[in-house]
Design a protein around this ligand. Structure first.
Ligand code: ACO
Length: 386
């Protein structure tokens, strides 16, 4: 049952427990810590699928046959390139810019180059979703290289989605084990029911605004540190802790200062986030393979102490920080990487929203002044206005 603030009947702070829409995409069991996309357990998808397959599943409700997957992959590959004027515009963004602010601007701008952008028919939605999913990694990689004054690297059609992203970032063909680790990470982040950014995207779509606008609302929302932005904040925390010896003093000081532990806690999961469990073992493997175990060890230590002291468990953003760091990915890209995965879930949910739409328009409980007499400008003073 939703928690209702006693003083204001009907008010549910943070909309906790409120069911805002039906969905056939994501089945999130917060009590038992289980997650499934279209009926397939996240552990099975993480172990056996590719991101491209999961995108197909989220958009179609079924896993693809080999032939369907081939067609889908070829369509994604063909759509990877981004318009030249967009690259030129990104070069003009002020430096340094926050990577998510640049992604938000670039995706909004991408819509200007899409002649179908204002079309919200079911067919156009699917074509736009495909382009966005294919092009957002290209934007993120291109902008990262622009920031570093490096030449932009065009996509390589012979590489899979994750491998091509790593290639566009570095210019080098990645180790297949790193590509697979990133691919699995993208699967784990691809969809997550009525999280804040999916809700924001659905709210925008519920006005019958276009897909680019809805996705831009999603990007603006996932950016925040209580949502996807936690990924970067986790890495900053690990850097602040610095060494195993400092773990215990850090946690004690953080508790005394009532600081939030980024990457811990969740609105829905009460017995742990299943994605965090998968990412924990992936982070261990990737950090060990790269000979960069410091971040994994710090993460494990922090996990244990925060659980001991607060009974808080890590969420999806916790171990992904160490994993991405060991792969040499700068922490500013943690949230953009979550976003290039979540575009799959956002667009799948937008298909549902447009197909069965009703405007989101909740109410607010008014707690301001009662009705009062209007004060003419010349009679106002700081004491009688607020
Ligand atoms: N660190 C310290 N205390 C916490 C944390 C945390 N990470 N999470 C919850 N709590 C405490 C709160 O202080 C609060 O305590 P109080 O009742 O004594 O005041 C209680 O638990 C409930 O906290 P709320 O913020 O009301 O819980 P909510 O369900 O709104 O929060 C959230 C969920 C925002 C994820 C929270 O756990 C948090 O801030 N975590 C850190 C940020 C983070 O990791 N976000 C990523 C989430 S996953 C994702 O979006 C991809």
């Amino acid at each position: 049952m939703p928690q209702v603030t006693p003083e204001i009947p009907g008010l549910v702070r943070g909309l906790e427990g409120i069911i805002a829409a039906p969905t056939a995409i994501c089945d999130l069991d917060g009590v038992n810590g289980r997650l499934a996309y279209c009926g397939y357990d996240i552990e099975d998808l993480a172990r056996h699928s590719t991101f491209e397959e999961v995108v197909y599943l989220l958009w179609n409700g079924e896993l693809p046959t080999r032939e369907q997957l081939g067609t889908h992959q070829r369509a994604l590959v063909a759509a990877r390139a981004i318009p030249e004027p967009l690259i030129a515009a990104m070069r003009l963004y002020p430096k340094p810019a926050v990577s998510m602010a640049a992604l938000r601007a670039a995706v909004a701008q991408l819509g200007l180059y899409d002649t179908e952008a204002e079309d919200v028919s079911a067919e156009a939605q699917r074509r736009i979703a495909l382009r966005l999913t294919a092009q957002m990694p290209t934007i993120v990689a291109a902008y990262q290289r622009i920031q570093l004054d490096q030449p932009v690297i065009p996509p390589r059609p012979d590489l899979g989605h994750a491998a091509n992203f790593l290639y566009m970032l570095t210019g080098e063909e990645p180790d297949p084990r790193d590509s697979r680790a990133l691919d699995t990470t993208l699967i784990l982040y691809a969809e997550h029911e009525m999280n804040a950014s999916s809700f924001a995207a659905r709210v925008a779509a519920s006005t019958l605004s276009d897909v680019y606008s809805a996705v831009t609302a999603g990007i603006a929302t996932i950016k925040g540190p209580l949502h996807g932005g936690a990924g970067e904040a986790v890495m900053r925390t690990l850097e602040e802790i610095g060494s195993i010896d400092n773990l215990e003093p850090f946690v004690m000081q953080a508790l005394a200062a009532k600081r939030r532990f980024m990457g811990f806690g969740h609105r829905v999961y009460k017995s742990g986030d299943p994605r965090a469990r998968i990412l924990m073992s992936m982070a261990e493997e990737v950090c060990a393979r790269h000979g960069d175990e410091k971040w994994y060890r710090l993460s494990r230590g922090l996990h244990e102490i925060v659980y001991r002291e607060k009974r808080l468990l890590p969420n999806v953003d916790f171990y992904s920080a160490a994993l991405l760091r060991a792969m040499g990915i700068p922490m500013e890209l943690n949230v953009p990487i979550i976003t290039i995965a979540r575009i799959a879930g956002w667009t799948a949910q937008l298909f549902e929203q447009y197909a069965d739409n009703r405007l989101f328009r909740p109410r607010a409980a008014y707690i301001g002044h009662g009705r009062r007499e209007y004060t003419p400008l010349e009679q106002r003073n700081p004491g009688n206005s607020r």
